[in-house]
Design a protein around this ligand. Structure first.
Ligand code: MOS
Length: 724
């Protein structure tokens, strides 16, 4: 099926299940600890061995030798694999950093060995007996402030004449913001079990993108995709960290091949921070020019961010291209090639860190203009895309987000001047920020079948990374086929199922539901053919199909105990991006308190208002947003991977040193969805919300801290040492 023009008014106009607050269908499995996660899948293959991975102790250079004799002789050890025993494994478009093989060390904790043993303890003990001899490279770059960009970047946007408009502007601000490297810090570590059957390998793993993982593993193992099966039905968080093939999967596959037995490998938590990806550091420079009454006339947003040579960096100016109206816009992202671990996508890559600067700078501009920051944003709302005035927004209700939020929050009663509102030793402050995040969609396929018992089954290689995919896909099939949600079974994460969008870029929910919609339409047409009726004349309700006075129970459509099934893929036409900017918008309101003596920041209230198309399920969507707000609070106040500038690694590489918010850090959270339909986005008129929720949160907190204290911290996170 193709989505080639905006969905008509009659498409899913009156839904019974989609958009309703259905509780998570996988909730009981999660809360009873019976949802099988990769490392716990003891039942999938007998005689599993355990592999313990070892990461490089230098950031750049050469591994000269590995002494393996002691480890090989240790009790319980079955095999020792070292990177020197293999050629450098091929890269692909889905895995761009060296995962194993060869003697070149390209970042700290790059995998250099795997000890396979009968138990975890013997594998770990064996790993401690390995003797590594490195030749570190003294020419390496670990400090972003001292590293020049490659210099070949083109501007993301260059519209009008920024320099002139800025020079002529009566009111200007010129500010620098920095954000640190951040870790996804998802709950479930990267883990895989691998087993070979002849030349075919199966990976029970934890990965957001099944098809990418399959293609990448085939390339890496120098085989063909048909020899690789990936299975990843439950995932304990990803946030971008599991978009790509990682070392756990490669090492498990190689270990299983070497030993002839299934091998399981989990990246130990202290290895994850440097072995896998992180959100890159940024140095952002913002210049905004405005008229005396607050109309923006010029914006420039320049960023420098780290990447491995040839890798991708954090595109912080991305959202600035589309957010505020201006005739003169200059946005550029510069990549500094460095030898830190691999920088790559983390929840709302680009937008999340870009808005930490832009939305704080907007607050600085409001202050300079002596304007209400809500009104400044409303006055400068873009009607057409600032980076391409030929494009409009499919739907844009940013102003409504701000107005609704201001009302709900009581913005008119906010603290006016730093120090004006106190509770004992605490200074109270209020902050606002806008949220912007693109809303892409990707081709997505599914199989939908009527079972002999009249129930429905959905199969797709889509993943549920804790987001609620199981639930919204069940709702989609229930809606389309007229059965209760409880009668729909959803099977996910297996590469034998039709290829879906996967989970990433906040495209997962909208794309995969569109894919299930397409498969349901195909199934309905098949049923119409079977019944000799026209598709448009059929109504699906109460577990039956109704047409011209006759009713057929769904189970009567199956024969000989077999399912009646249809497969289809939703493909999205170019009209979406050619004519429109399809995006989500939001506003965050924060009340914070700052201790006047210690500088400690605490959050009192958080409110988010989201414009994200049809909300497919207000419960799972709210969970996405409150989780994202929590992550935004972490970015504002806690999260920072400290770089060792001499040795090139992230020092605080565990959850004791890398602090994320806990319950006590998070106050009352309120989420409001505008629930406007977006017919340009998908047939379901929905847009993603999981990444929108983090966008702007940290800046709203920074603005609240400034409102409380008069102190503007431009170097995140806002720790107390920067306030006192
Ligand atoms: Mo997202 S950072 O594409 O998982």
């Amino acid at each position: 099926m193709r989505f080639d023009k905006p969905a008509g008014d009659s498409v899913l106009a009156d839904t019974k299940v989609i958009g309703k607050p259905v509780h998570r269908v996988d909730g009981p499995l999660k809360t009873t600890g019976t949802a099988p996660y990769a490392y716990e899948r003891h039942d999938v293959a007998a005689n599993q061995l355990v592999g313990w991975p070892v990461g490089a102790a230098i950031a750049k250079g050469k591994l000269k030798s590995v002494g393996t004799k002691k480890a090989e002789a240790a009790p319980g050890v079955v095999a020792v694999l070292t990177t020197l025993q293999f050629d450098r494994l091929p890269l692909s478009q889905w895995n761009t950093a060296n995962l194993f093989g060869g003697d070149q060390i390209e970042h700290y904790h790059q995998a250099v060995a795997l000890v396979v043993a009968e138990t975890l303890e013997t594998a770990r003990a064996g790993a401690a007996m390995l003797e590594f001899d490195y030749a570190p490279d003294t020419e390496a770059s670990f400090d972003l402030s001292k590293t020049a960009p490659t210099g070949d970047e083109q501007p993301l946007s260059d519209v009008g004449n920024f320099e002139k408009a800025y020079a002529d502007a009566p009111v200007t601000i010129d500010v620098n913001y920095t954000t640190p490297a951040e870790s996804h810090a998802m709950m479930e570590p990267h883990a895989s079990i691998a087993a070979w059957d002849g030349d075919e390998v199966t990976l029970w793993t934890s990965n957001q993108m099944i098809q990418w993982d399959k293609m990448a593993l085939a390339t890496t193992l120098k085989t063909t995709p048909d020899k690789v099966r990936i299975d990843s039905p439950y995932i304990g968080g990803g946030f971008g960290s599991k978009l790509f093939l990682r070392a756990d999967a490669v090492l498990a596959a190689l270990g299983a091949k070497r030993t002839g037995k299934p091998v399981k490998v989990q990246l130990p938590r202290p290895m994850i921070f440097n072995n896998t990806t992180h959100r890159g550091l940024t140095e952002q420079h913002l210049k905004i020019g405005a008229t005396q009454d607050g109309k923006i006339v010029a914006i420039s947003h320049e960023n420098k961010s780290n990447a491995l040579p040839g890798g991708s960096s954090e595109k912080a100016p991305a959202p600035t291209q589309h957010f505020y109206a201006t005739d003169n816009l200059y946005c550029i992202n510069r990549t500094a090639e460095m030898h830190l671990p691999e920088s790559n996508a983390m929840r709302a890559p680009g937008e999340a860190s870009g808005l930490m600067a832009l939305e704080a700078a907007m607050d600085e501009l409001a202050e300079k203009l002596d304007m209400d920051p809500v009104e400044l944003r409303i006055m400068n709302d873009a009607k057409v895309d600032p980076s391409n005035p030929n494009k409009t927004f499919s739907r844009r209700h940013f102003v409504e987000c701000l107005r609704t939020g201001a009302d709900r929050f009581g913005w008119s009663k906010r603290n006016r001047k730093p120090g004006d509102t106190r509770e004992g030793a605490w200074l109270i402050g209020h902050g606002v920020a806008g949220a912007y995040r693109g809303a892409p969609a990707q081709a997505s396929g599914a199989e939908v079948a009527i079972r002999p018992d009249g129930g429905v089954v959905v199969r797709t290689d889509m993943t549920d990374i804790g987001t609620g995919s199981y639930t919204i896909l069940a709702q989609t099939a229930a809606e389309m086929l007229g059965v209760p949600v409880e009668r729909v079974r959803v099977e996910l994460g297996d590469s034998r199922y039709p290829v879906s969008s996967g989970s990433g870029g906040q495209f997962g929910a909208v794309s995969s539901t569109a894919g299930v919609y397409a498969a349901c339409v195909a199934l309905r047409k098949k049923i119409a053919d079977e019944l000799g009726k026209k598709h448009d004349d059929l109504t699906f309700a109460d577990g039956a199909v109704h047409a011209g006075g006759s009713t057929t129970e769904l189970k009567k459509l199956t024969r000989g105990g077999r399912e009646l099934s249809a497969i289809d893929t939703m493909h999205f036409g170019d009209f979406r991006s050619e004519k429109y900017v399809v995006s989500t918008f939001g506003a965050h309101f924060i009340e914070a308190r700052v201790h006047s003596l210690t500088g400690e920041v605490r959050l009192n209230r958080m409110l988010a208002v989201c414009d994200a198309g049809r909300i497919l399920n207000p419960i799972t969507a709210r969970s996405q947003v409150i989780g994202a707000m929590t992550m935004g609070a972490g970015a504002a106040l806690l999260e920072e991977m400290a770089v060792d500038h001499d040795r090139g690694f992230f020092v605080n590489h565990d959850l004791a040193g890398y602090e994320v918010p806990v319950h006590l850090d998070i106050p009352h959270q309120e989420v409001v969805f505008l629930d406007v339909l977006d017919p340009v986005s998908t047939p379901l008129k929905a847009k993603g919300v999981g990444e929108l929720g983090i966008c702007g949160v940290a800046a709203a907190i920074a603005n609240a801290v400034n409102n409380a204290t008069g102190i503007r911290v431009r170097d995140y996170p806002i720790t107390l040492d920067k306030i006192v």
